[in-house]
Ligand binder design. Sequence first.
Ligand code: ADP
Ligand code: MG
Length: 245
Amino acid sequence: MRNESRRRRKRQFEDDEIITLENVVKAYSAGAPALDGVDLKIKRGEFVFIVGDSGSGKSTLIRLLLRELVATSGYINVIGYDLGRIKHRKIPKFRRNIGIVFQDFRLLKELTVYDNVAFAQRVIQVSGKEIRRNVPSILATVGLAGKYKAKPRQLSGGEQQRVALARALVNRPTILLADEPTGNLDPKNSWEIMKLMEQINENGTTVIVVTHNREIVNAMQKRVVTMKRGIIVSDEERGMYLDED
Ligand code: ADP
Ligand code: MG
């Protein structure tokens, strides 16, 4: 205990640090942990790619940042919340700061495009008046202004991912997390979704994108964190997608 409190007192944050992981281990069961001692700092406003083989721990990292999972050991702080100590009743408020997009879109099939996005605002009790202002605005940003009334099954994959992106962004999150957002998209739609995320980042949102898309990573010249078997094996500003061996 004494060691622990001394360590906490000594911890120094840089002013604009928004995500901090220190020696994070996540073990689902006996055997090799999914994350095996991860240190990572991300600053407000960064755009970061996370790459690595399947099974290297990328999704586990994302789920820890959302506090969907709790670390086995180590320290995680996101936007000032110590995720090892956060009270259960504070988790919803914490999550409002984070937008999330997945490979498989996860839209509500029976709801229209408009209502899929509005739903995210209704659950946090935004007023009807604000919803009627915010939803059209974000749908225009992602290029879906003419599709309010469509249901997900009437849309292409690229359009469905734009709806998911609009839903993730409508509450103006501080951080956008995307776990293989282009995994089900063709190259053209993949580029369009990545360019939208870059634009969102340029407007101030911190963006973290897990991807296998080598061509896009190499073209975009962003920070690239490479994972392998639960550890970070490289972390480069303006990095490249490393060859898997
Ligand atoms: P990635 O997203 O890089 O493919 P994951 O984080 O999904 O990797 O998985 C990392 C490791 O943890 C893998 O060995 C995977 O089998 C294991 N794992 C992931 N989720 C679970 C789970 N819910 N229960 C048990 N093991 C899991
Ligand atoms: Mg994954």
